[in-house]
Design a binder for this molecule. Structure first.
Ligand SMILES: C[S@@+](CC[C@H](N)C(=O)[O-])C[C@H]1O[C@@H](n2cnc3c(N)ncnc32)[C@H](O)[C@@H]1O
Length: 346
């Protein structure tokens, strides 16, 4: 998505190429069905047939910049046509009888999605001039930023980031949410250097994300993360007291990884420049985890002072508002408001 949004394209050429693609899809008769492990669980045969045809036709486009735009529209159709329930981010298979009766016109919806994407490009280009000089890095933020040749000390003027609010497994499973479209797309068109082992299981991306590994209580104490934030420390101790050791470990493990990424952010930011974080306060065990306070306390140990913050309601959420259920069967609502905090390096 970032590659698509930061590459300058010609809208008239995009319209032309889209018409060529849609005509090709209509004219193409027999395409060998695409295959990957688990495809028949997540997609009905008729859907596999339609998606295989769109995929094959996208691959006939010569210019990767335009192929990527087509993959993006295609990814949305893969999301809408699969057999996972749409009420959760996690991959939960629908009931058999719902699957058996599921009908979806991938080709018609792909064409509509492409139209929406073209008009969103038109709107984007009305407000911004895209200069084609953005460099997009893909990978674990800690590893990417630790490369001191690419990210020198005190070299960055502005940081704008929207980190996850907790570990992916128990907050938002971004990995599971995106794995099926990723399996359909030609990964070389995103980056030929992607380590494809992250696509092997449905949960690997979530394991690799911040907080994906649950550290031991011993490691958590030794990391000294609890000494860096009194709010985190009291959240952690309250969970331990409530006999929720696993939840306590999950919360602290996330902040250990998150803090490692903040060390790099602070290292590369120039003095007197700004870092802007948009975050949300999630609930764990029915209690709000004050990420806004924890963030300010953690960053204060890294020469970053909070100077301003404001809240907003999340404008258009395509994701469900109910995301999981507690043991007592009460729904846990996903975050509907976000907080933006602005820090200055001193
Ligand atoms: C709140 S979302 C923000 C996404 C995007 N910036 C946006 O505004 O729509 C947080 C994102 O961070 C990703 N993430 C989690 N751990 C990461 C890591 N170690 N390196 C890079 N990204 C990570 C998640 O998968 C998720 O896509």
């Amino acid at each position: 998505m970032t590659l698509v949004r930061t590459s300058k394209i010609s809208i008239s050429l995009l319209k032309l190429k889209s018409n060529v693609l849609l005509n090709l899809i209509n004219e193409t008769k027999n395409v060998v069905d695409f295959d990957f492990e688990g495809i028949h669980k997540w997609f009905n045969d008729d859907i596999i047939h339609q998606l295989s045809k769109i995929r094959y036709c996208i691959m006939q486009e010569d210019d990767v910049l335009y192929r990527r735009i087509f993959w993006l529209a295609f990814a949305e159709i893969v999301r809408l046509s699969n057999n996972s329930q749409k009420s959760t981010f996690k991959l939960h298979i629908k009931n058999k009888n719902v699957i058996d009766n599921f009908q979806y016109d991938c080709i018609k919806n792909f064409s509509k999605q492409l139209e929406r994407d073209i008009s969103s490009f038109e709107n984007l280009y009305k407000s911004f001039s895209i200069k084609n000089n953005a460099k997009v890095y893909l990978g674990d933020t800690i590893k990417v930023m630790s490369d001191k040749r690419k990210f020198k000390d005190s070299s960055v003027d502005l940081i704008v980031t929207s980190p996850p609010y907790g570990d992916n497994h128990t907050t938002v499973t971004y990995g599971q949410f995106s794995i099926l479209p990723l399996r359909w797309i030609d990964i070389n068109d995103i980056d030929p250097n992607i380590n494809v082992s992250i696509l092997k299981t449905l949960t690997e991306i979530d394991n690799e994300s911040l907080g994906g590994t649950n550290y031991s209580i011993d490691k958590i104490y030794k990391s000294e993360i609890l000494d860096k934030s009194k709010t985190l420390s009291s959240t952690f101790e309250a969970l331990i007291k409530a006999d929720e050791k696993i939840k306590a470990r999950k919360v602290a493990s996330f902040y250990i990884d998150f803090y490692d990424s903040c060390i790099q952010l602070s290292r590369i930011l120039k003095k007197d420049k700004y870092a802007i974080f948009t975050i949300g306060n999630r609930r764990v065990n029915g209690e709000i985890v004050r990420f806004d306070l924890i963030l300010s306390e953690l960053l204060a140990t890294l020469n970053l002072k909070r100077i301003y913050n404001f809240d907003r309601n999340i404008p258009s959420k395509r994701i469900p508002s109910k995301i999981s259920r507690l043991k007592d069967n009460k729904p846990v609502y996903s975050i509907q408001t976000e907080i933006t905090l602005i820090f200055r390096k001193y």
